[in-house]
Design a protein around this ligand. Structure first.
Ligand code: NAD
Length: 481
């Protein structure tokens, strides 16, 4: 078989799955409240039943992923999301009455939130459960079916997800598609009713191009360089502690991990000391410590090591935080690194880090730090450390990012009552909670006209007395702003 034949057959198989699902959806396009709740409930049941196997599969995929992290950052937030959707679904599903303009006197207007149909979900490797199931919760709540393309770099998790969803759902409700880039490429060519892609900005562009053929709405959850800014007045040790906690999670392989930290010039060494001490307290050893997650693949580890070498060659100072002075030969573990003396020609300055490396960039004034952020691509998240709420507000107003935490990192991702999503190169569209429901629904505007119909009075031939009265009346209304 040639590669063209292979991709043809992959596409045909996926398209057949989509076709069967859409056919089934078309039989009951107005998915009832009870059906949506039943799907959320079955997902809840499946997760509780498979949680240990999922934790163990992710551990296998990473060669070592802290079980507590999988529970805390993948399983629990999906359960929380299910509960939040269940609690609010009836309210969100209600048609909403809208203001009717004078021109439509006698009519009623409302918005009807309708499922879109079949949602395609593309998942990255770093949170292979949460980033597959959290969009699924939103898609189900909004009454859709879904096909989920898992990451080829988390194959064990993909298998367990396939089994879990296969056990609790029919193939007309949700299908898991496991496979490599060739499968992903064909998957994103399908005529879905919505595509949610979570992954790199680079692949996001490819997905957007592929989607242009069918024009489904696309939600892009991408990456980028999320800064942390520490104000001069904020206790540096406290900031370092809070940042070290977040940066240690999944060994920095998190889309919203602090990518670099902007520190007042005079406090760079103090920050480095405090960060080292805090990280070492969390992880006194690394090599055989199950709490410290490994790098997902050899290739990703090589990329990170190459980036460190590149920075070193170009004059950066690198502090390796390896508290027990261990060797990592034969493992995919990589200790945490702080990088100072960073210059624009270094890859750690230019590219998303996505691993246990933290460049520390000195700044003079807060405005300089704000300019530094604004001169770059709009990030997925921004973190600001300052007890002064006025300056906090200033940061909110003067910078753009997908989300913000003040005096904290990353936790905005698990708040269901807030939209989650990037802006520009870090993504487009939102999901989670109500925004997720809206994202996966079509908000259909509806006008319902009553028995009274004045159109025949004011309509053509124009310039009749009713028309003139109506226009003059309206113009009098609009005389003032
Ligand atoms: P990736 O872009 O390499 O892959 C993501 C998914 O896209 C995988 O399922 C892959 O099979 C598929 N894919 C790869 N090539 C494709 C192609 N040509 N056409 C269609 N699909 C293709 O990303 P990754 O390495 O798995 O994940 C890391 C990236 O994801 C980082 O940039 C990170 O910031 C980002 N991310 C973003 C979020 C978020 O919520 N915004 C969350 C996690 C990760």
């Amino acid at each position: 078989m040639t590669s063209a034949d292979t991709s043809h057959s992959i596409y045909d198989q996926l398209n057949a799955s989509l076709g069967a699902m859409r056919k089934s959806y078309n039989c009951t396009p107005d998915t009832s409240y009870d059906e949506r709740i039943s799907r959320l409930k079955r997902l809840h049941t499946g997760l509780l039943e498979y949680k240990d196997r999922l934790v163990s599969a992710v551990n296998q995929d990473f060669s070592n992923r802290a079980s507590a992290e999988t529970m805390m950052i993948e399983i629990l937030p999906v359960l929380e999301g299910i509960r939040y959707n269940k609690k609010n679904l009836r309210k969100w599903m209600k048609q909403s009455d809208r203001h009717t303009p004078l021109m439509l006197m006698g009519a009623k207007t409302k918005v009807h939130y309708q499922p879109l149909g079949v949602v395609g979900i593309v998942v990255p490797w770093n949170f292979p459960i949460f980033l597959g199931l959290s969009p699924l919760v939103g898609a189900f709540a909004a009454g859709n079916r879904a096909m989920i393309k898992t990451s080829e770099f988390a194959p064990e998790t993909g298998k367990v997800l396939e089994e879990m969803l296969g056990k609790h759902f029919s193939e007309h409700e949700v299908v898991v598609v496991n496979g490599g880039v060739e499968v992903a490429t064909e998957f994103t060519r399908l005529a879905f009713d919505h595509i949610v892609f979570t992954g790199s900005t680079q692949v996001g562009r490819i997905v957007m191009r592929a989607a242009a053929e069918n024009l489904p709405p696309v939600t892009l959850e991408l990456g980028g360089k999320s800064p942390a800014i520490i104000h001069d007045s904020f206790p540096i040790e406290e900031a370092a502690k809070r940042i070290a906690f977040g940066k240690g999670l999944n060994a920095g392989q998190v889309c919203v991990s602090p990518d670099y930290v902007l520190v007042p010039k005079s406090k760079v060494s103090e920050f480095a000391e405090a960060f080292t001490s805090s990280f070492s307290q969390h992880y006194p050893t690394l090599r055989d410590n199950p709490d410290y997650t490994a790098i997902i693949t050899e290739r990703q580890r090589d990329r990170l090591v190459d980036n460190l070498n590149d920075a070193k060659q170009k004059g950066a100072l690198i502090r390796t935080i390896n508290p027990a002075n261990e060797s990592f030969e034969g493992t995919r573990k990589l200790p945490m690194h702080l990088v100072t003396n960073v210059t624009p020609d270094m890859r750690v300055f230019q590219e998303e880090i996505f691993g246990p490396i933290l460049p520390v960039i000195p700044y003079d004034t807060l405005d300089d730090a704000i300019d530094y952020v604004n001169e770059r691509d709009r990030p997925l998240a921004l973190y600001y450390f300052d007890w002064d709420s006025n300056r906090g507000e200033k940061i909110l107003k003067k910078t753009h990012s997908g989300g913000v935490c003040i005096n904290e990192v990353m936790t905005h991702t698990v708040v269901d009552d807030m939209p989650f999503g990037g802006v520009g190169p870090s993504g487009m569209g939102h999901y989670h909670g109500k925004e997720g429901f809206l994202n996966f629904s079509k908000a259909k505007g509806v006008v319902i006209k009553g028995k009274l119909d004045a159109n025949h009075l004011i309509g053509a031939p124009w310039n009749n007395k009713y028309f003139n009265f109506f226009v003059n009346f309206q113009l009098r209304r609009f005389k003032k702003f």
